[in-house]
Design a protein around this ligand. Structure first.
Ligand code: CO8
Length: 257
């Protein structure tokens, strides 16, 4: 399928989505929301795909929601369209999504990266929630997710001053999982995604679901959920195969069953 605002390609078992509005530094407009969600849903439905990477350009992952699309809208326009709620469909994607961030990840761009399962940053990455400088605030989860990633003090600092955080600070604060040289960013993200896609898909989905559950429930409930899912994994052929392969000192041959 052809998309207007993104490029998609399949690399082995990995789906690669590249945000592609270079003239607007990949500002997220409604078309891009539709395109990204449609591409994610297509990869979700594709049995040959085990993980997905979303990236942008070297200069910008995404410089925010498209200010030019938004600025004349009224309250009732935003409310009736439930503006930006279309991105929620991303949260229903069960396969892992890695954000590979080079350059600016600002406003909605930072929020999109945080909606992915983890972020690998190029050493030139810059994260920020500069909405305050525009007279608004984050609207795609920034005030909530950033706070959970980096804690209240830093999230307040970012949202109230609008300052940017570089890759080193982002890693130190827990916003990104690792920092790599910008020149190798996409390769490193693809390598991580290929590794994930080499494992048993049901086991991968259950791992993702369990980690996400920790954000939504109490520790006691989360631990109970984890134990029940862990027990259920002993119904998987891939569990037998993984453990047998370990004993036989050979590579496992997972069949996603
Ligand atoms: N929206 C639209 N166009 C943009 C955006 C954007 N967010 N960011 C950059 N552009 C455009 C510029 O207007 C410019 O276009 P043109 O050449 O036609 O003038 C082009 O991209 C290149 O940008 P610059 O010339 O500004 O490039 P610089 O290298 O000088 O600066 C910056 C790069 C620092 C990234 C600068 O472009 C900038 O500050 N951009 C805006 C960053 C920002 O404020 N982002 C937050 C946007 S608001 C938001 O994301 C809210 C999300 C939640 C909404 C929820 C609603 C319910």
């Amino acid at each position: 399928m052809a998309y207007e605002t993104i490029l998609v390609e399949t690399r082995g078992k990995v789906g690669l989505i590249t945000l592609n509005r270079p003239k607007a530094l990949n500002a997220l407009n409604s078309q891009m929301q539709e395109d990204v969600v449609a591409a994610l849903q297509a990869y979700e439905a594709d049995e040959t795909i085990g993980a997905i990477v979303i990236t942008g350009s070297e200069k910008a992952f995404a410089a925010g929601a498209d200010i030019k699309e938004m600025h004349q809208k009224s309250y009732i326009d935003m409310y009736m369209a439930d503006f930006f709620s279309g991105w929620d469909a991303m949260l229903r994607i069960r396969k892992p999504i890695i954000a590979a961030v080079s350059g600016y990840a600002l406003g909605g761009g930072c929020e999109l990266a945080m909606m992915c399962d983890f972020i690998i940053a190029g050493d030139n990455a810059k994260f920020g929630q500069p909405e305050i400088t525009l007279g608004v605030m984050p609207g795609m989860g920034g005030s909530q997710r950033l706070t959970r990633f980096v804690g209240k003090s830093k999230a307040m600092d970012m949202c109230l001053t609008g300052r940017m955080m570089d890759a080193e600070e982002a890693e130190r604060s827990g916003l990104v999982s690792r920092v790599v040289p910008a020149a190798t960013l996409v390769d490193e993200a693809l390598k991580a995604a290929e590794k994930i896609a080499s494992f048993s898909l049901p086991a991968v989905l259950m791992n993702k679901e369990a980690v996400n559950r920790s954000y939504e429930t109490t520790l006691t409930e989360g631990l109970r959920f984890e134990r029940r899912v862990f027990h259920s994994m002993f119904a998987l052929e891939d569990q037998k195969e993984g453990m047998e392969a370990f004993s036989d000192k050979r590579a496992p041959n997972f069949r996603n069953q």
